[in-house]
Write a protein that binds this ligand. Sequence first.
Ligand SMILES: [Zn+2]
Length: 130
Amino acid sequence: MSFYSEGYRVLYIFPDHPYFCMSRLTGRLGKTQRGKGRGGTVLEHRLIIAENIGRPLRRDEIVHHINGIRDDNRLVNLVVMSRQRHYLISSIEATLNELDSLRKKLSNMDTSDLIELNYDKVDGGNKSIH
Ligand SMILES: [Zn+2]
């Protein structure tokens, strides 16, 4: 059984699952079901990485989606890192995205606009002098 939460795929697992220790009480189903000693919820991308490296993940190990798509849980799109490194990577990605949108704005701008802007700045808009 699975559902989506904030764009992530969430799985519902039972105590006989080898990585049941990674499941949480929180979440739509976890809260009600695990409380009765039944199941728990786990983020699918975390479970995929855990199964790949052969051990449960610690809480401070973050699984990052390389292409930014939260439900693209193919192994090639997932990488595990510390919380600190994830913070750093996220900041760099945000900066790169900002630069990318600026670049797009610039490439859509007419070159004559740029020359005009530059001219106004240097000469205070007084073109008659030259
Ligand atoms: Zn991330």
